[in-house]
Design a protein around this ligand. Structure first.
Ligand code: HEC
Ligand code: HEC
Ligand code: HEC
Length: 130
């Protein structure tokens, strides 16, 4: 009796592991391990606030820095290190003015990496975003 249950547990476990690791072996067998979601970049714009590489890695920290500057110090102007342009430190009036397609940019990448920033309960999403 006991060994029959053990057998079932093992079979169950094997099925679970195969399913749970699906993304890993699927991308390995398809040769798509370098897959990245396709992002929609702002039309007519070539530059972000900082370089693309910097933004990819540090945008969350930059946003925190902007929030602290505005809320704690009342300082609202940010000067880009990359190209010495001034920006208003605002999530909705700066970032989302360019990145108007939140669904196909921010959300698409966040869904892919499995994060869901809770900013939009208070901050307004661009109009037309899904
Ligand atoms: C509970 C409500 C709330 C949430 C959630 C929230 N914020 Fe804010 N945030 C505010 C308020 C209020 C201000 C002050 C607005 C001002 O002074 O212009 C602010 C200001 C900011 C600012 C600077 C001003 C501006 O117009 O953007 C940034 C940047 C910012 N928040 C980023 C974020 C980010 C990123 C998140 C998500 C990780 C977030 N906030 C989540 C309420 C919130
Ligand atoms: C003036 C328009 C503009 C503003 C303002 C802007 N962006 Fe960008 N952003 C772009 C463009 C254009 C690119 C692509 C840059 C490139 O290809 O070099 C980009 C790239 C990025 C990337 C990298 C995407 C990738 O492929 O890895 C992130 C993340 C990002 N932006 C987030 C933000 C955030 C957060 C803000 C506000 C703090 C912001 N952007 C403000 C235009 C803008
Ligand atoms: C190229 C992929 C990519 C794009 C595009 C992108 N993000 Fe992110 N974002 C990430 C990753 C990865 C993290 C999680 C980093 C971590 O967990 O340390 C993150 C985290 C964040 C966080 C912090 C979340 C938290 O709970 O701490 C905020 C806020 C944020 N992103 C805002 C934005 C906004 C706004 C946009 C669109 C203008 C955007 N991101 C576009 C990849 C991206």
């Amino acid at each position: 009796m006991a060994s029959r249950d053990t057998g079932r547990i093992v079979v169950g476990l094997v099925i679970f592991l195969v399913l749970a690791s699906f993304p890993v072996w699927f991308s390995a067998t398809q040769g798509r391990s370098d897959y990245r979601p396709e992002l929609e970049y702002p039309a007519g714009e070539t530059k972000c606030v900082e370089s693309k590489e910097y933004m990819r890695t540090w945008h969350m920290d930059l946003l925190n820095q902007w929030r602290d500057s505005v809320v704690r110090k009342g300082v609202r102007t940010y000067t880009s290190d990359a190209h010495h342009t001034d920006y208003d430190m605002s999530l909705q009036n700066t970032c989302m003015k360019c990145h108007t397609n939140k669904a196909n940019f921010c959300d698409r990448c966040h869904d892919y990496v499995g994060v869901s920033p809770k900013c939009w309960e208070c901050h307004v999403e661009p109009r037309g975003a899904e």
